[in-house]
Each structure stands twice: as C-alpha cells, then as structure tokens.
Design a protein around this ligand. Structure first.
Ligand code: GLU
Length: 445
C-alpha cells in the first residue's frame, strides 16, 4: 500500500474494530490507489478517501416478529447509506445469519465502486439482517419482511435509496417488502426497490443479470487472449440466483459446467450440469445439492470439501465472500485454470488473488464481473421512471453492452496505469475516479 494511504487505512482499522471483511474490502481498494493519489494530489487534499471510508449514514434497527409457533423473535436490521455522489444509494439487502455491521459495510463499500463502474447514475449502499430465511415458512418470511420494512420505509425512496436483493433476498422477499412499503407510504412508488415481479414493475433479465453478466465478463477477458468459453470446462460454486444463471449462460456459450455447490457440499457432474434439474431442486423446492446428485446419473455429491478441487478451465465463484482461498487458488492453477471471474462479492481471499495474478490467470474482480446485476437494477429504475417495460432482447442487449463497457473501461485504465490485464487495478481506479470526481465537484459533504 502507498505510504500516503497507510495512515488512512490505520484509522479505518481503529475506527471500525473487529469488522474484518470491511477492513479487507478497504485494503483491496487502497492497494490499487497509490498511483492515482500520487498523480492527482487534489484527491488527498480534499480527504476523498477518508470520506469514502465513512458512510454518509448508518442505520441499525430492531426487527421484532412472531414465528409460526407464536414465539417472539428479535433480529437486527441494517442499512448503510455509503455514497450518494453519483445517484441515490443503491445496493441489495442480505438476509443471512452471518450478517453484522462489518459485512454490510464491506458490501456497501464495494458497491460504491461497482456502481460507479457501470457508468449509471447510482450511488452505493447495502443492508440486511441476521435473519435466516432457510427453513422458515412463507408466512414467517412475510411477517419478518413486513416488520423490517416498517422501520426501513422512512429511510428509502426512489430518489433517496433503492434496495434490491442479495443472499437470502429474492423475488418472494422483494414482494413482501414492496407490499409493506406501499402500505406504509400510500404510494405506488415502483422505483423504490428493484428485483420486483414482472407484472408489478420488475424488469426482464434482472433475475438473470448477475450470473449472465459474470459469464459475459469472463468471455470478454478470454477474448483478449483470443480464447472463449466454447468447449471449455467451467467450475461454478454456489446454487443461488447468481450461480444458476451463470451455469445457464456459460452453457449457452458452449461451455461444459461440471460443478455447483451449497453450504452442505458440492456436486461434480462430468457430463455437464442439468440446468432443469438444478432449477427444480434449488429454485423450485429450495432443496440441497445432495438431492440433485441423487436424481442425476453420473453425478457425485461431496459433503463438505472444496468445489475448487475439481479441475476447470474457467472458475466462477458465485457463492459468498472468502470462499476461494490461497490453497484452492493453487489447486486451480495446478489444474491449468485460464480465467476466474467473481460472481459473488469478494469470494477470493487476498492470498488467492495474489496466486492467480502471479500465475498469469485472467482475474475479474466482483465489482466489475458481477456488476451486471446492479446495472440491470438501474435499467429497471429507468423503466419505472418512464412507466415502460422493455423486451427481454432489448434489455439483454443493454446488459451485454454494459458488461463490454465495464470490461473495456477496466482494461483501458489498467493500460493507462502501466499494468495491462490487471482488472483489479482497472476496476478500483476507474470506479474510484468517477465517484471521486463527482465528490470534488459537489464540495465538502
Ligand atoms: N446485491 C447485488 C450486488 O451485489 C445487486 C444490488 C442491486 O441490484 O441493487 O450488486
């Protein structure tokens, strides 16, 4: 890290004790910014970095609700409104037992730069709760969402802050959240949430966008070396919305996807994942990876273990933060991996990223590779603002253009800073510059 940035980073550590994922996310960006702050001292003079590390607003609230047995349950809700330099705060809500302030802040911090990279008018924010929807009935999830929104509604709005989904928050949860927002405010304000159902303000392609975009990004990276996904073996981790659509798009581009995983273990399917069956098991029935293997001849379920033990030409980590560590990266490299694109947020540990980069593996960091999701959320906001709804083809072609633009912006920035092919530097610097310039223009806020 550049020595001018060290004291700022140390202050982040002191001010935010114990928030390890947040420290990691800040460090990852700071490690790229040395050449920028040396070239443009006005960013330092205006304390842009100190300001970006301190969210504009942080809201923590109690979420009381009653479960199916009549027991009162208390959870903690969060919304961290990080940066509104480029537009209303924008970013998902995560419902998962691991959620605490440090997770929300890491996600929110990443979101600022990711959203800036899309070139769209959206600021950065993130929220969620330590509530676990797994194993809960629809009625319980609805009551939880209603209670969560009863507090959150006063902090959000189509021009203020626009939440969406993330882990544990999909179409069902967004529906319950939207219903309660409408009831609390007496406004049909479509643009207040994205990821809505298609008949009530949602956008085609939003569900698919993060997974599709990640694969398109991998394809663009491979293209710089005259390669592509056609005929390649792909390893995917996760079995949620991002993973399922990454599998779909990779297969559409001619790849053979041989793995997916969930918290219980992973599946190896040498013939290529059966997408219909995967959807039926994981999306329709909210089942386990094991159920897929039981119904699929030739597929094998491995309890626990690491999905990255399975050889693949292209790896798409689409599960969660820090799921691919240094040892896993070494195994991927030993098996000849060509490219890694992060469908999840920060799935590769810093040690893993170092190993991949050293080995010359193409590496697409999440804030670039998975930005297709939030970019399509911005397209949903555009459609809501104009009371319009676009076709699948039009929306998908916009997504594809956006992913190409993000790829090219990262590549050009890496080139400009003398590090061709370094998508980490390209994403961090290009995202940072866009948001930092807006902050400078808007004065000390
Ligand atoms: N949670 C997603 C992300 O990590 C999407 C956010 C959104 O659509 O606002 O970018």
């Amino acid at each position: 890290m550049d020595e001018t940035l060290t004291p700022i980073y140390e202050q982040v550590l002191r001010r935010n004790p114990g928030e390890l994922e947040f420290h990691q996310a800040v460090r990852e960006v700071f490690d790229s910014l040395g050449p920028v702050v040396r070239k443009h001292p006005h960013y330092t003079e205006a304390a842009v970095l100190q300001r970006l590390c301190e969210p504009e607003r942080q809201i923590i609230f109690r979420v009381p609700w009653v479960d199916d047995r009549g027991q009162v349950q208390i959870h903690r809700g969060f919304r961290v409104q990080y940066s509104s330099a480029l537009g209303p705060y924008k970013g998902g809500l995560r419902f998962h037992p691991s959620v605490y302030l440090g997770i929300v802040k890491f996600l929110g911090f990443e979101q600022i730069f990711k959203n800036a990279l899309t070139g769209m008018p959206i600021g950065g924010g993130k929220g969620g709760s330590d509530f676990d929807p797994r194993g809960r009935s629809d009625g319980e999830v609805m009551r939880f969402c209603q209670s969560f929104m009863t507090e959150l509604h006063r902090h959000i709005g189509e021009h203020t802050d626009v939440p969406a989904g993330d882990i544990g928050v999909g179409g069902r949860e967004i529906g319950y959240l939207f219903g309660q927002y409408k009831r609390m405010t007496n406004r049909y304000e479509s643009g207040v949430l994205t990821g809505k159902g298609l008949t009530w303000g949602g956008s085609l392609v939003r569900t698919e966008a993060t997974g599709y975009g990640t694969v398109l990004f991998a394809e663009r990276m491979l293209g710089t070396r005259g390669e592509g996904l056609d005929g390649r073996t792909v390893g995917v981790s996760g079995a949620g919305n991002v993973a399922v659509h990454a599998v779909e798009k990779a297969q559409a581009l001619g790849a053979r996807v041989v793995t997916f995983s969930d918290s219980s273990g992973y599946v190896v399917d040498p013939a290529g994942v059966d997408l219909e069956l995967l959807r039926d098991v994981k999306v329709e029935h909210r089942g386990r990876a094991e159920d897929y293997a039981a119904r699929r001849p030739g597929a094998r379920f491995v309890a626990g273990g690491s999905v990255w033990d399975v050889p693949a030409d292209v790896a798409l980590p689409c599960a969660t933060q820090n799921e691919l560590d240094e040892a896993a990266a070494r195994r991927l490299v030993a098996h000849g991996v060509r490219a890694v694109a992060e469908g999840a947020n920060m799935p590769c540990t810093p040690g893993a990223v170092a190993v991949l980069r050293e080995a010359g593996v193409l590496f697409g960091p999440g804030k670039a590779a998975n930005a297709g999701g939030v970019a399509t959320s911005a397209l949903e906001m555009q459609q809501n603002a104009s009371r319009d709804s676009w076709t699948f083809e039009h929306t998908e072609s916009r997504l594809s253009e956006i992913m190409t633009a993000i790829h090219d912006r990262c590549a050009a920035t890496a080139e400009e800073y003398g590090r061709p092919g370094d998508y980490v530097l390209g994403a961090n610097v290009a995202g940072f510059r866009r948001v930092a310039d807006a902050m400078l223009a808007q004065g000390l806020t």
